[in-house]
Write a protein that binds this ligand. Structure first.
Ligand SMILES: *[C@@H]1O[C@H](CO)[C@@H](O)[C@H](O)[C@H]1NC(C)=O
Ligand SMILES: *[C@@H]1O[C@H](CO)[C@@H](O)[C@H](O)[C@H]1NC(C)=O
Ligand SMILES: *[C@@H]1O[C@H](CO)[C@@H](O)[C@H](O)[C@H]1NC(C)=O
Ligand SMILES: *[C@@H]1O[C@H](CO)[C@@H](O)[C@H](O)[C@H]1NC(C)=O
Ligand SMILES: *[C@@H]1O[C@H](CO)[C@@H](O)[C@H](O)[C@H]1NC(C)=O
Ligand SMILES: *[C@@H]1O[C@H](CO)[C@@H](O)[C@H](O)[C@H]1NC(C)=O
Ligand SMILES: *[C@@H]1O[C@H](CO)[C@@H](O)[C@H](O)[C@H]1NC(C)=O
Length: 824
C-alpha cells in the first residue's frame, strides 16, 4: 500500500469578511493562507535556535515507525552580484520519507508535523513546512513527500555543492489506532543529520516519546539540538532553552500545548491557537495578556524574531481552480485589553483618550444614522458624555498609514501596527482605510470597499488564478517607566516605523513569493508638468504622485485591487525614485497637485526584470486644457477640504476634531446643508463669492419630511464677450460621488433638457464616512458658444437622485475655459 502526500503547506483560512449583505463568506475552500514561519521562529542571520520539546504522553508500546529515506532535490548557491560578498542560497528541497508500518492491524495518522531544515555551516535555517493529517494504512510503506522552498542571503562568496550538508528535523504527533474508538497520541521527532545533496538512505533517527520520557540529547553537532539535563515535569508543557546563542538576546522558544503554541523571545510571549493559527494572547510588560480575551479571532500567520519586541505577520492569498469570488474585505485585526488600552494615537495630530466598547452599547449610547456612529450618553469616563464615536472618523489615506495604535498608561505600554510599505494594499496611495478605533482595535487593512465602493472589491472569475502577498506588517510593543511621559511611546513607535521602512523589503520571509531587495529594481526619472495656459515651458512637478501600477488607462490604478502598486512623491525638482519594484509589467501613472486629470506615460508597458534598474528620463504631463481660464472654483487636489466645512451640530461633536485641520471628520455635517439652505439651494457667484466660505463641501440631498430630494446648485458668472461658434469647456473634477446623477445646464433651468449628464455614478459613501474624498472623477464637457450670452450666465448643477441623506457629490474643482485662443 502506498500513499502520497505532496507539496504540503499549512492550509489555513484567510481572514476574509464578505461585507456585502453582512454575509460571511465561507473561506476554507477557496483561500489558501499560509504563513511560512507559522509555528516558527528560526530566521537566518540572527541565528535563532529553537528547540521543541514534546508532550510526553502515556502508555503502550508505540508502533514501529521508521524514516528510511530523505532526499534533497535541489540545493544551490548563486551570486547575483559578483562584486558583492553576499550570495543567495536557493533551496527547493524535496524530502521523501518512507515510513514503514509493520503492524498488521494498526493504521497511523501523523499530525502537526513540522519539517525544519538547516545548514550549520552557515548557520542557515532553510525553512519549515507544516504538514497536517498524513494517514498511513496498516502494513506497508508510505512515502511522504514534503517540499520546502526558500531563498536567503548568506555571507559566503561561493560554496561547492558537495560541501553542503543539511540537517533535517521533522517533528509531529502520531495517532495510533488501538481500537475502533480509541487512539493514542505520541510525539515524535525524526533527525537526519549530514544530508548531502545527492544522498539517499541516510542516517535518520526516529524518536517516539511516550511515558513521560524526554528525548535523549540528540547526537547532533548542530547547535540547535540540545536537550536539557533535567527530566520534565509531568505537566503538559515544558520549554527548553536552546544552547548558547550567538546573540545577546534570548532565543526564541516554542512551547507546544494541546490547543496552542506559545512563542516566547524573552520580550514577549505570543499564544497562537491550534488549529487555526490566530493569536489569542500576547504577554508583555507584566500583563498576562494585552489582548482582549472576550473576542473571537481569525486566522493568520506570524513570525517572531530574537530580540525583537513584536511580531511580524503576512498572508499569502492564493486561488486556483475555485469558484468565482468577491473579496470585499481583508485585514488583520487585534483587540486589546479594554480596561488597559484607552489612549489611541493614529498621527501626531490625531490622538486622544478613547471610550471603552461598553460605552457604545445602548442604553449607555444611542445609535445615530448608522450602527457605527454612536452618541455616548453614559460613558465610563464622563468627559465623553454627549460625544459621537464612529470608527470612520479615524480613517486615513493608504500613503499615510504607517504606524498607529494604542497606549496603556499602567503599566505604560504601547501596541502599534507598523506597515512599512503599502505596495500590497488595494487602490494606490489615496485609498482610505480604517486604522484603529474603539475596541480597542487595531487593524492592518489590506482590501476594503470603504471610500471607493464595489470598484475596489477584487472579483474573481471561476478558476481565475491569483496570488498576492499581504504584508509583512509588524505589531510592535513598547514600554516606558511610570515616571516617563507616556507620549514618548508614540515617539518611539514612530522611530521604530522609520527603522522598519528602512528595512523594507524585509529579508526574513522565507517564502519565494515575497521577493527580497536583490530581486527588486528601482525606477527613476524626472516628472514635469506643462499647462500651456499657465507657463510657456514645462515646470518640475513638485511633490507629485508618480507610481507604477498594472497596465491600464490613465487613472485605472485607483480601481486596481489585485496587483501591486509602487508609488512615490517627486522632490522640488521633480526627480523621483520608485524603489524596490517587484518583477512584473507596469504602466507609469501620476497626478499632480494643482492640476486636473491623470498622467500616464505614453510608452509600451514597462517590463521590470531582476537586475535592471530603469531610468525613465523626463516625463511630461500635459493636463487637460483647451483654452484660457474664465473662472475656477476650488483647488485641484482631489479633495473637497478647501471648501466650506460647517461646524458640527453641538450634539454631534467629536472633541478631537474641534479646532482641527480635519474638521471634515465630524459626524452629521451633511445635515447642515438643509440648515444653511432651508428653502433654496446654494447659489455661487464667481465674481463675489469665496469658495472657502461659500461653497458647501458636498452637494447633498435635501430632507423633505421623511423623503429626500436631489438639489440644484447655481454658478453665476459674467462674460464680456461670447464667441457664438466657439467651443467652451467645463472641467468638472469630482472628489467623491455616491449614487448620484449629475445634470449640467447653462442658462435654461430644469425642465429644459440637460446638455450633459454623468449617468449614475459613485458608491464611495464618503459623505457618511466623513472622508473628504472618495474616488476621483473628471468630466470634460464641451459647451457650444451659442448656449452662453454676454453678461450674466448661470450654470445649473443638478444632482437628481434623492433616496437618502448620504447621497451626493463632492466637487474637487470646477473650471470654465474659453475657446482655444489660437482659434480666436
Ligand atoms: C563589478 O565591478 C567591476 C569593477 O569595478 C565593474 O566593472 C562591474 O561592472 C561590476 N559588476 C557589477 C555587476 O556591478
Ligand atoms: C521595556 O522596554 C525595554 C526596551 O526599551 C526592554 O528592554 C524591556 O524588556 C521592556 N520591558 C518589558 C517588561 O518587556
Ligand atoms: C534601489 O534603491 C535603494 C534605495 O536607494 C537601494 O538601497 C537599492 O540598493 C537600490 N536597488 C537597486 C537594485 O539598485
Ligand atoms: C533618488 O536617489 C538618489 C540616489 O540615491 C538620491 O541622490 C536622490 O536624492 C533621490 N531622489 C529622491 C527624489 O528621492
Ligand atoms: C513588455 O512585455 C510585453 C509582453 O511581453 C510586450 O508587449 C511589451 O512590448 C514589453 N514592453 C517593453 C517596453 O519592452
Ligand atoms: C484653536 O486653535 C487656535 C490656533 O491654533 C488657538 O489659538 C485657539 O486657542 C484654539 N481654540 C481652542 C478652543 O482650542
Ligand atoms: C422633490 O422631488 C419630487 C420628485 O422629483 C418633486 O416632485 C418635488 O417637487 C420635489 N420637492 C421639492 C420641495 O423640491
Amino acid at each position: 500500500m502506498k500513499g502520497e502526500y505532496q507539496d504540503l503547506n499549512n492550509n489555513d483560512n484567510a481572514n476574509i469578511e464578505n461585507n456585502k449583505n453582512g454575509a460571511k463568506a465561507p473561506s476554507s475552500n477557496f483561500m489558501k493562507f499560509f504563513c511560512v514561519g507559522f509555528f516558527v521562529l528560526v530566521i537566518l542571520g540572527i541565528g535563532i535556535n529553537a528547540i521543541v520539546i514534546f508532550v510526553a504522553l502515556k502508555k503502550p508500546s508505540p508502533p514501529e515507525f521508521q524514516v528510511k529515506n530523505a532526499h534533497v532535490a535541489k540545493f544551490d548557491v548563486y551570486n547575483p552580484d559578483p562584486n558583492d560578498t553576499v550570495s543567495v542560497l536557493s533551496t527547493d528541497l524535496m524530502f521523501s520519507l518512507d515510513a514503514a508500518n509493520k503492524n498488521l492491524i494498526v493504521g497511523l495518522q501523523f499530525e502537526n508535523m513540522l519539517l525544519d531544515t538547516s545548514w550549520d555551516e552557515v548557520d542557515a535555517h532553510l525553512g519549515e513546512t507544516n504538514v497536517q493529517n498524513f494517514v498511513q494504512k496498516n502494513k506497508g510503506v508510505t512515502t511522504l513527500k514534503v517540499n520546502t522552498q526558500g531563498e536567503m542571503e548568506i555571507p559566503l562568496k561561493s560554496v561547492k555543492v558537495e560541501d553542503m550538508s543539511l540537517d533535517l528535523q521533522l517533528s509531529g504527533q502520531l495517532h495510533y489506532f488501538i481500537g475502533p474508538l480509541k487512539t493514542k497520541t505520541y510525539a515524535f521527532m525524526v533527525f537526519c543529520d549530514n544530508l548531502f545533496v545527492t544522498n539517499v538512505n541516510t542516517h535518520c533517527r526516529t524518536e517516539i516519546f511516550s511515558d513521560g520520557e524526554l528525548p535523549p540529547p540528540p547526537e547532533h553537532k548542530s547547535k540547535r539540538a540540545q536537550a536539557p539535563g533535567e527530566a520534565p515535569s509531568p505537566s503538559d508543557e515544558e520549554d527548553v532553552e536552546a544552547s548558547s546563542p550567538a546573540d545577546s538576546f534570548p532565543p526564541v522558544r516554542l512551547i507546544l500545548k494541546d490547543d496552542a503554541v506559545i512563542v516566547d523571545n524573552g520580550l514577549l510571549a505570543v499564544t497562537i491557537a491550534k488549529p487555526g493559527g490566530f493569536v489569542t494572547g500576547i504577554k508583555y510588560n507584566g500583563m498576562d495578556n494585552i489582548l482582549d480575551e472576550q473576542n473571537p479571532a481569525d486566522d493568520r500567520g506570524y513570525i517572531m524574531m530574537r530580540g525583537v519586541s513584536g511580531l511580524y505577520s503576512y498572508g499569502i492569498f492564493e486561488r486556483e481552480n475555485w469558484p468565482s469570488l468577491n473579496l470585499a474585505n481583508a485585514r488583520l485585526a487585534f483587540k486589546l485589553q479594554r480596561q488597559k488600552f484607552k489612549y489611541m494615537v493614529i498621527s501626531d495630530t490625531r490622538k486622544r483618550e478613547m471610550p471603552v466598547p461598553e460605552d457604545r452599547i445602548p442604553p449607555k449610547a444611542e445609535q445615530l444614522a448608522y450602527p457605527e456612529a454612536m452618541k455616548l450618553i453614559d460613558p465610563q469616563n464622563p468627559d465623553f458624555k454627549g460625544e459621537v464615536d464612529d470608527k470612520y472618523q479615524y480613517s486615513m489615506e493608504s500613503q499615510d498609514i504607517k504606524v498607529h495604535g494604542w497606549i496603556c498608561k499602567d503599566p505604560p505600554t504601547g501596541f502599534w501596527q507598523i506597515t512599512p510599505s503599502y505596495e500590497f494594499r488595494s487602490g494606490g496611495p489615496n485609498k482610505q482605510f480604517l486604522t484603529s478605533h474603539v475596541g480597542p482595535s487595531t487593524l492592518a487593512m489590506f482590501v476594503s470597499a470603504h471610500y471607493s465602493g464595489d470598484d475596489l472589491v477584487p472579483r474573481f472569475e471561476e478558476r481565475e488564478p491569483w496570488k498576492h502577498v499581504y504584508g509583512p506588517v509588524f505589531m510592535y510593543v513598547n514600554n516606558v517607566t511610570k515616571d516617563q511621559d507616556f507620549g514618548t511611546l508614540w515617539d518611539d513607535a514612530k522611530k521604530r516605523m522609520e527603522a522598519e521602512v528602512k528595512n523594507w523589503p524585509y529579508r526574513f520571509p522565507a517564502s519565494q513569493d515575497f521577493p527580497k531587495a536583490y530581486k527588486r529594481v528601482n525606477v527613476t526619472g524626472r516628472f514635469f508638468v506643462h499647462d500651456k495656459y499657465v507657463t510657456d515651458d514645462k515646470v518640475p512637478a513638485q511633490n507629485a504622485f508618480i507610481g507604477l501600477g498594472p497596465p491600464g488607462d490613465a487613472g485605472s490604478w485607483q480601481k486596481d485591487c489585485k496587483r501591486y502598486q509602487f508609488w512615490t512623491r517627486t522632490d522640488d525638482e521633480g526627480f523621483f525614485n520608485i524603489t524596490f519594484v517587484r518583477v512584473g509589467t507596469y504602466d507609469v501613472f501620476g497626478w499632480v497637485n494643482g492640476y486636473i486629470g491623470d498622467f500616464k506615460h505614453d510608452a509600451p508597458s514597462l517590463n521590470i526584470t531582476v537586475g535592471k534598474n530603469v531610468d525613465l528620463g523626463d516625463l511630461i504631463y500635459n493636463p487637460p486644457r483647451d483654452g484660457p481660464t474664465l473662472w475656477e472654483i476650488g483647488i485641484p487636489d482631489r479633495t473637497a477640504k478647501e471648501f466650506h466645512i460647517p461646524d458640527p451640530k453641538p450634539e454631534y461633536v467629536n472633541k478631537l476634531y474641534v479646532n482641527h485641520t480635519d474638521r471634515f471628520r465630524q459626524y452629521g455635517l451633511w445635515e447642515r446643508y438643509g440648515e444653511l439652505y432651508p428653502d433654496d439651494d446654494m447659489v455661487y457667484d464667481v465674481s463675489k463669492h469665496n469658495f472657502k466660505k461659500d461653497w458647501f463641501f458636498a452637494q447633498v440631498t435635501r430632507k423633505i419630511g421623511e423623503r429626500y430630494n436631489g438639489t440644484t446648485w447655481q454658478v453665476q458668472f459674467n462674460l464680456d464677450n461670447v464667441v457664438d461658434n466657439g467651443v467652451y469647456k467645463l472641467r468638472l473634477a469630482l472628489a467623491a460621488a455616491t449614487n448620484s446623477f449629475l445634470e449640467v445646464r447653462f442658462n435654461e433651468p430644469k425642465p429644459s433638457p440637460a446638455m450633459f449628464n454623468t449617468g449614475t455614478i459613485g458608491d464611495c459613501n464618503s459623505v457618511a464616512r466623513h472622508g473628504i474624498h472618495g474616488l476621483y472623477w473628471l468630466y470634460n464637457v464641451d459647451v457650444q458658444g451659442n448656449l452662453l450670452k454676454r453678461g450674466d450666465n448661470t450654470l445649473y448643477l443638478t444632482q437628481t437622485k434623492g433616496s437618502g441623506p448620504f447621497q451626493g457629490i463632492m466637487y474637487d474643482y470646477l473650471r470654465f475655459e474659453g475657446p482655444s485662443t489660437s482659434a480666436m
